[in-house]
Design a protein around this ligand. Structure first.
Ligand code: MSP
Length: 470
């Protein structure tokens, strides 16, 4: 049987339009998906939009639209932008898809019948910005620290609760013990320790329905309530496969997401799945956040970077490169227009672009015969970097061969060589360039294809610059 690989991004809330934060997770997922496709594996890559809940209903009301009209409009801004970035997702899930709604209800019904759901009073606070129940100790000046401009809502209502506490010991074992039948990985290591520490301090059962929110999927056994948006959203990873009759891709190989939503992905999701008797995802990877010139990215600061602006300024592969080299795999990562422009010029225009242009021109002039018959494989460092979701490392290793080759050219001055010496130099260079292009395929698919075509032989010709200087 062919090897399978299933990768997901979070499904993004439609109260906001796409920005570079959403873009980075999606680009990274695309790189992993492309890499596994190139290895000949069967791949399913999922992204989409999260469309229910109080936050979306509120945003729709502000625009004077029904929630459905509003979500149709905003969801399209996500599904329209991804192809422009050469994102090759296999499906785009929307949680208002009736197929998804039915699967969510069926799954909850199973958990309910198992006795893991009970009714109780919820008294406490809710932050609409986070779409999250918050405790008094979470608050700073009576406000949620993440959404200080929004009042938290005091809530006292009958809700359905999921027996999360029952699953705590099972989850701890599943995370810690590689031989546990439920074993799954949480990465990076530091994040895994945080999750374990919190699990070990004890965890309460968690509310999975809302009485006051009508924009949601009805609780199947009690239509007076809707399913809490996070429960609805998490199930997308599973429902998308069912909708597409691609169940054989389950369990997911990797869920990619930002650190702020790790708890949902590394604890609540797994507990629900165990309760429903469904195998767990193999890996959950939580990355850090972008900051912009040292500040949080926010609408009120007016510093939000959109994928559209990135594309306009740097082109598809320029944008993909800048995102993957600055990807906040472990720590938060500070970016900004100046940093991006410098990096684009240094690495793409001067580094890669210049190397390819110089060698192609010399080959054309010398009419060097070139045969590209030898088959290529990913270099080890690229393989390792992608496996660990350390794209920065993978790209560093590719750029050190680019820089080494540019140095070799400066030292050996091929424009002063002739005959066999020149030919040998150029053939070696062209081979190096082909290896670089091969390794770049998952990251910069268009550029890699152009270079591989240009350097396939038997005659290598000059071409317009890959990355014009900015
Ligand atoms: N709808 C939920 C996710 C449900 S998944 C079952 C949600 N949506 S969101 O629109 O807020 O998107 C959050 C995700 O966007 C983060 O987890 C991360 O992947 C990405 N990012 C949002 N802002 C970001 C940065 N500033 N930096 C990097 N990534 C960020 O949460």
């Amino acid at each position: 049987m062919d090897k399978k690989f299933y990768v997901t991004t979070p499904i993004y809330y439609v109260n906001d339009i796409p920005h570079i934060g959403h873009t980075c997770t999606t680009v990274v997922a695309d790189i992993l998906a492309r890499y596994h496709k190139l290895l000949g594996e069967e791949v399913f890559f999922l992204t989409g939009t999260d469309e229910h809940g109080a936050k979306v209903a509120e945003a729709a009301a502000k625009e004077g639209l029904t929630p459905q009209e509003f979500t149709d409009r905003v969801s399209k801004t996500f599904s329209d932008i991804w192809p422009k970035l050469n994102i090759g997702n296999d499906y785009f899930i929307r949680t208002t898809n009736p197929g998804h709604e039915k699967i969510v209800q069926d799954l909850l019904e199973i958990i309910y019948k198992k006795g893991d759901i009970y009714k109780a009073k919820y008294e406490g606070y809710y932050c609409i910005g986070c779409e999250k129940f918050v405790t008094e100790t979470d608050l700073v000046n009576n406000r949620c620290p993440y959404h200080p401009n929004k009042e938290v809502v005091k809530q006292s209502e009958d809700n359905y609760f999921f027996r999360l506490s029952k699953y705590v010991p099972i989850l701890i074992r599943a995370i810690e013990d590689k031989n546990d039948p439920h074993h799954y990985e949480i990465l990076p290591e530091g994040k895994k320790s945080e999750v374990l520490a919190r699990l070990k301090t004890g965890v309460n059962d968690t509310s999975i329905s809302r009485a006051e929110v009508s924009w949601g999927i009805p609780v199947p056994w009690d239509k007076s309530q809707t399913i809490y948006v996070w429960i609805d959203a998490l199930i997308n990873y599973y429902s998308a496969l069912k909708i597409n009759h691609q169940e054989s891709f389950w369990p997911a190989d990797i869920h990619l997401l930002g650190k702020e939503i790790l708890w949902f992905h590394a604890v609540i999701w797994e507990a629900l799945l165990i309760s429903a008797g469904i195998p767990l995802p193999k890996k959950v990877f939580a990355h850090g956040f972008y900051t912009i010139d040292g500040q949080k990215m926010s609408k009120s600061l007016g510093n939000v970077i959109s994928p559209k602006e990135l594309l306009e300024k740097f082109g598809v592969d320029g944008a993909r490169y800048l995102i993957s080299t600055s990807f906040p795999a472990l720590e938060d990562s500070d970016i900004g227009w100046n940093k991006f422009t410098e990096k684009y010029n240094a690495d793409l225009a001067n580094g890669l672009g210049n190397l390819v242009a110089r060698i192609a021109k010399l080959c054309e002039k010398a009419n060097t015969p070139f045969s590209s018959k030898s088959s290529l494989h990913f270099t080890k460092k690229v393989e390792e970097g992608i496996k660990d979701v350390r794209l920065d490392k993978a790209l560093d290793s590719i750029w050190s061969s680019i820089n080494d080759e540019n140095k070799r050219i400066n030292q050996e001055r091929p424009w002063e060589l002739e005959g066999e010496k020149l030919e040998n130099f150029l053939i070696k260079s062209a081979q190096t360039i082909r290896q670089i292009a091969f390794d770049l395929q998952p990251f910069l698919p268009q550029t890699a294809e152009k270079i591989l075509e240009q350097f396939k032989g038997p005659k290598i010709k000059s071409a317009p610059p890959l990355f014009p200087r900015i």
